[in-house]
Design a protein around this ligand. Structure first.
Ligand SMILES: Nc1ncnc2c1ncn2[C@@H]1O[C@H](COP(=O)(O)OP(=O)(O)O)[C@@H](O)[C@H]1O
Ligand SMILES: [Mg+2]
Length: 280
């Protein structure tokens, strides 16, 4: 784990326009800084590497730290399964209804585990979504949350591009296998193209086998810091069947412990960023 996550070309999303100046109360100058969420996307070109697992576990842990300040949004519209990772089985209002203009975002938000807000997708949605304005749907949520986590679709199709364009930064998930690493390079190219900073790389499902690409090689090939190395752990598979993120299902399992470290790292960074803004 790196202490401070590097961000390429990070632009401040907390510009002067966010600060309402000039209000006075009892003669004193006061500032009102509206709450403004950071939008973090979870990406990988390949499917099945652990994006949704990471989104669900990171979301669960950070929601506890931030109170009701975290929402995870499904952005894999073709094969949504964020809800399944979090035990949401009912149909209800989903991100599909929101994108189709049939419901406001607030109506699609559920709360799981006491504090994590979730906007699930519909596995059975049959209508067409002509235009994916994910960014437009997410923007109004910025004033309500500290962190918005977007669980992206794999590939670089319309869905993934819509998700990437909505993000302030992206966390890239990969596995220590040559084809996955090769496709991960394409995720970096997309981030570059849309000028989205990279939080770091999570290497997931590490078995420690001889045929795997060593972590140092992964780091060298990708050229970005590895922020977590999550072992391949059957407790993760079990936890999906139970619909409970592994950090709650088996908190002492090796995978859960690594997700805890990753969440601590992200929490510290978001908190420090807020302190920096408060100072100046
Ligand atoms: N660290 C891990 N150890 C074991 N199984 C894992 C791990 N991470 C993810 N999985 C399993 O891999 C499958 C795909 O994970 P998922 O998060 O849905 O991938 P993605 O969102 O990238 O398609 C799921 O069955 C999940 O339980
Ligand atoms: Mg997924």
């Amino acid at each position: 784990m790196v202490d401070r996550l590097p961000l390429a070309r990070e632009k401040s999303i907390f510009g002067a326009g966010d600060v309402l100046r000039g209000l006075t109360r009892r003669g004193r100058q006061i500032e009102i800084k509206p709450r403004r969420a950071r939008v973090m996307g979870i990406f990988s070109c390949k499917g099945g590497v652990g994006k949704t697992t990471t989104a669900a576990n990171l979301g669960t842990l950070l929601a506890e730290k931030f109170g009701n300040g975290v929402v995870v949004v499904e952005a894999n519209l073709s094969a949504p399964n964020l809800g399944l990772h979090l035990g949401i089985l009912d149909a209800g209002t989903t991100i599909h209804d929101v994108l189709a203009g049939a419901a406001p975002m607030e109506k699609a938000v559920r709360v799981v585990g006491g504090s994590l807000h979730v906007v699930p997708g519909s596995v059975a949605y049959e209508g067409e979504i002509p235009l994916i304005d994910l960014k437009g749907c997410i923007e109004p949520m910025r004033s309500k949350y500290r962190l918005i986590i977007i669980d992206s679709a794999p590939g670089l199709g319309v869905e993934a591009v819509a998700a990437i364009k909505s993000c302030d930064e992206i966390l890239v998930i990969t596995n220590p296998e040559i084809p996955t690493i090769a496709s991960t390079l394409r995720t970096f190219q997309a981030a570059e193209r849309y000028r989205v900073p990279i939080t770091g790389v999570v290497v997931n499902k590490v078995k420690g086998k001889r045929y795997e690409v060593p972590i140092l090689e992964v780091r060298k090939t990708l050229g970005w810091p590895i922020v977590a190395v999550v072992p391949d752990d059957d407790k993760v598979r079990e936890s999906l069947t139970a619909g409970i993120p592994v950090v709650r299902y088996a908190s002492k399992s090796p995978a859960a412990k690594e997700f805890v470290k990753l969440a601590a790292c992200v929490f510290e960074r978001l908190t420090k960023a807020r302190e920096r803004r408060a100072k100046g």
